[in-house]
Ligand binder design. Structure first.
Ligand code: CS2
Length: 493
């Protein structure tokens, strides 16, 4: 990126083009009511915007202190910009720009873990939100249990002064709050995990229970871990995006995020203390989030994953290109038909409309959403996105042809080779293990059986179901012999 152009910061706001929206509230008066763990693009394009709306509405309690639990990259993007960055909304030819001002600084967990714990323990913090990706929870995807033999979890259990994991930071900060006579903060998981609130609660209680049973008891009685459904498509920012925005702004914004107009957040109505006026900010509070979550994880994310593996195997780089291929488009409808029988839609959700809207979102060419971005960490994503549908359908005696192809496409992706012969690195915590299993198997059918024995991915009951093994094997053989486009066509018949 150019060192010539100056950066977006508070001083540059007055010179921005008039069609760029920007914070109208007094940023100097903003308090830090929220700490966010895992400050990626998704948070900046979603929750940070809601808190920015709260500030714009005059409630200045909801500034966000962001934390990276890994690298300092995002701190170096945002701190020199006084926390400011541009939200770029793209839909076809339309592009709307808005500078978001809710960020109150960025800390890097590994550099100074105690500083982050102290920040989370401050009385003015009422909410801790998380987007640490599925694997950041240190939970076994198949069982939902905290992985006690994960080296970082083990380190947190022996030395909570310098936590390394998301559950570790939460436990350390809750411990400090208890000692200071404060209430717990509300923990809001914003990752695409099933029952995300219950899962992070279970991980926190499991860790706290080993460290200090009284603390675990206090968290159990006073803590709140509402379940959420969270939705907005946020492709990774590219250097081209930054260059294009620099052209519009006249200053360089290294923290920009690009996204679609659609956004949705449903939160279980259960808080430990204060919260912003979520309903007034367009956030739905619900007594039960599960029906929303299942619909979103299985329809949107399930289709996203299946389309990404199939499309990327066939050499398509972006989601809108994949759904431009007739057989992939028909395949998604077949997948959604399968999913639909497993859902109990909540009041206010009409599945037919939801499907139409999803297809339109997938077709948004201006997003340039890369299939390989979605393909990351499939072993963590498969259970909630595709396997849950398969299990429910089989329990009801129904077929799973389209769902099985999504699972088979993930297996095929683990080979690290596209249909065009291009080698790529499989970005998945189980990549080494899946590569070994694929290499050691005698034939293609054995490859499937060997991968089905991955207990961290496939619940035992499903792996042991012959109907499941057969459907996935058929789909896998069809993929190997005929390629993704033809396999998708067959799966939709
Ligand atoms: C995507 C999600 O990368 C992925 O795995 O499926 O990030 C998806 O874009 C969001 O969940 C949409 O809300």
């Amino acid at each position: 990126m150019s060192g010539q152009t100056s950066r977006l910061n508070s001083g540059a706001l007055s010179q921005l083009p008039l069609d760029v929206a920007q914070p109208k509230y007094d940023r100097a008066e903003v308090r830090t009511g929220v700490v966010h763990l895992g400050l990626g693009a998704f948070h900046r394009a979603h929750q940070a915007v809601v808190f920015d709306d709260a500030l714009a509405g005059g409630d200045l309690r909801w500034g966000v202190l962001g934390a990276s639990l890994r690298s300092p990259g995002v701190r170096d993007q945002l701190n020199p910009q006084d926390g400011l960055y541009t939200l770029v909304l793209r839909d076809g030819a339309r592009e709307d720009l808005r500078v978001i001002g809710s960020g109150c600084g960025v800390l890097v967990g590994p550099e100074d873990p105690a500083a982050l714990v102290a920040a989370m323990a401050r009385a003015e913090v009422h909410i801790v939100t998380l987007t640490v990706t599925e694997k950041g929870y240190r939970i076994d995807p198949a069982s939902g249990d905290l992985i006690f033999n994960d080296p970082d979890v083990a380190a947190d259990l022996t030395d909570l002064e310098a936590p390394r994991t998301a559950p570790g930071f939460l436990v350390a900060a809750l411990k400090a709050r208890k000692a200071a006579g404060l209430k717990p903060f509300t923990v809001i998981s914003c990752d695409n995990l099933p029952q995300n609130g219950q899962r992070i609660r279970a991980a926190v209680l499991a860790m706290a229970g080993r460290i200090d049973p009284d603390l675990a008891d206090w968290i159990r009685r006073h803590g709140a871990f509402p379940q959420t459904m969270i939705d907005r498509i946020v492709p990774a920012t590219t250097p081209d995006d930054v260059a294009r925005l620099t052209g519009r702004l006249g200053v360089e914004d290294q923290g920009m995020v690009k996204t679609e107009p659609f956004t949705q957040w449903v939160i279980e109505n259960h808080f430990a203390g204060e919260r912003p006026d979520f309903p007034g900010l367009g956030v739905q509070l619900a007594e039960s989030v599960e029906p929303w979550e299942n619909a979103k994880l299985r329809l949107l994310n399930g289709a996203h994953s299946a389309l990404s593996y199939l499309g990327a195997l066939a050499g398509f780089e972006h989601v809108h290109e994949v759904v431009g291929v007739p057989s992939f488009r028909t395949y998604v409808q077949a997948l959604w038909d399968e999913v639909e029988t497993t859902l109990e839609p909540p009041p206010g959700l009409v599945i037919a409309d939801y499907r139409n809207a999803l297809m339109a979102r997938f077709c948004n060419a201006a997003l340039m959403h890369r299939t390989r971005q979605i393909a990351i960490d499939g072993s963590q994503k498969l259970p909630q996105r595709l396997l849950a549908t398969a299990a429910d359908r089989l329990a009801a005696g129904l077929g799973i042809k389209a769902t099985a192809l999504g699972v088979a496409a993930w297996m095929r992706w683990q080979s690290g080779l596209t249909e065009g012969g291009e080698r790529f690195e499989v970005d998945d915590p189980l990549a080494a293990e899946t590569a070994r299993r694929l290499a050691e198997a005698d034939n293609e059918a054995d490859q499937v059986l060997s991968l089905l024995r991955l207990a961290a991915v496939f619940p035992q009951r499903l792996a042991a179901d012959d109907r499941f093994a057969l459907a996935v094997t058929d789909a896998y053989l069809s993929l190997c012999r005929k390629g993704a486009v033809e396999a998708a066509r067959e799966a939709a018949v």
